[in-house]
Write a protein of this length. Structure first.
Length: 362
């Protein structure tokens, strides 16, 4: 399917200059294209938003989606909100054909979560013994399109609290295997000792990371390890703690403590120079289409400036995932807003025009 060339004029961010953009097929050019249709002549133009931690293979309420159309529909919820690039951080339902579906946001995705036996959500991850982690990393590397996802810790019911899933030697070998396969490795992790081990093993991104210490942050910054804090997810910790308090009081207390300290962790990570990106953890208990809300939380709870929060959910996140922004030869994904989102992040909730792959979709 082809579409007419498009023309957009407005204040282009992050450059903060009034410019004209022409979108020809799936490419941005700064040179006029004959016959282009003007779809916006004013406003503020942002590269498409990003949700760098979501799960379109997990249905609302939990469990795998049942079909390709169901996964696609979840991605379209994000698209309608101006979220034009997704990193699916683990899917129990395979959907490789969506990689080439021009109607859905751009996808960077892992295969299935790799977890220790009986140490993750039922029917979600591949559960393997420590001796099988490396071979499973290699297998999952072939099932994603650039990422592998490890579950670094979960509740250990025998201990009644969070505990690491795998020892450092296994994690280091898993990271090496992922990199040898040409993919990056993301790690779900909450607790202090677990995240310290994963950072030292050399993972590429820490997901959640509520137990990070200042020493961890310095090492992350030095190695370029990203943090995707999923503040929307962490806001659910008190309710999770309440559900488990009667049976696992130590776990409940730990989750509450991690929740209470986390805003200061995110702030310290950003100040230390750790790359921080927007991820909602949509799928399961969190709805899709909430990347703007996560950007707002990065500012209000995590202490990032409005511009830094925007970068974490737009141009910097796109660069991290390998999706060029609004530059000559970049990808033709953009969102136009009536007013300046830097002055009021709530503006992100009401996009005026959404263009994906050079086509107006909203």
């Amino acid at each position: 399917m082809t579409s007419s060339p498009l023309h957009v004029r407005g204040v282009v961010l992050p450059d903060d200059s009034v410019r004209d953009l022409w979108l020809f097929r799936d490419t941005v050019t700064l040179s006029p294209v004959p016959g282009a249709v003007t779809v916006a002549s004013s406003g503020f133009v942002l590269p498409g938003l990003v949700d760098a931690h979501c799960h379109i293979g997990i249905r609302a309420g939990g469990g795998p989606v049942s079909s390709l159309p169901e996964a696609r529909d979840l991605a379209l919820v994000d698209r309608a909100a101006g979220v034009l690039a997704l990193r699916d951080a683990g899917s129990p339902f395979p959907y490789p054909s969506l990689d080439s579906d021009v109607s859905v946001p751009r996808l960077a995705r892992a295969g299935q979560h790799i977890a220790a036996p009986r140490r993750y959500l039922r029917d979600t991850g591949v559960e393997v013994a420590p001796t099988d982690v490396v071979s499973e990393v290699r297998r999952q590397a072939s099932l994603g399109n650039g990422w592998v996802k490890l579950v670094g810790d979960w509740i250990d019911r025998s201990a009644g609290d969070l505990a690491p899933s795998f020892p450092l030697s296994v994690l280091s070998a898993a990271v090496a295997a992922a990199h040898e396969a040409g993919v990056r490795i993301a790690a779900h992790v909450f607790a202090e000792s677990s995240v310290a081990t994963l950072v030292r093993a050399g993972v590429d991104s820490v997901e959640h990371g509520t137990g990070l210490s200042f020493d961890d942050l310095d090492l992350m910054a030095a190695r370029g390890i990203a943090l995707v804090p999923t503040l929307l997810n962490v806001e659910t910790f008190p309710s999770i703690a309440e559900q488990g308090a009667a049976k696992f009081p130590a776990y409940a207390a730990h989750m509450r403590a991690l929740h209470a300290r986390f805003p200061s962790v995110v702030r310290a990570a950003h100040e230390a120079g750790v790359p921080v990106y927007v991820g909602t953890d949509a799928g399961g208990g969190i709805e899709h289409g909430l990347a703007a809300r996560e950007i707002m939380l990065l500012h209000s709870r995590g202490g990032l400036s409005p511009v830094d929060a925007l970068a974490a959910g737009s141009w910097k996140a796109r660069e991290w995932l390998g999706f060029p922004g609004l530059v000559e030869g970049g990808l033709a994904d953009l969102v136009v807003y009536e007013s300046d989102p830097r002055k009021a992040l709530e503006t992100l909730l009401t996009p005026k025009v959404v263009v994906l792959r050079g086509r107006v979709v909203s």
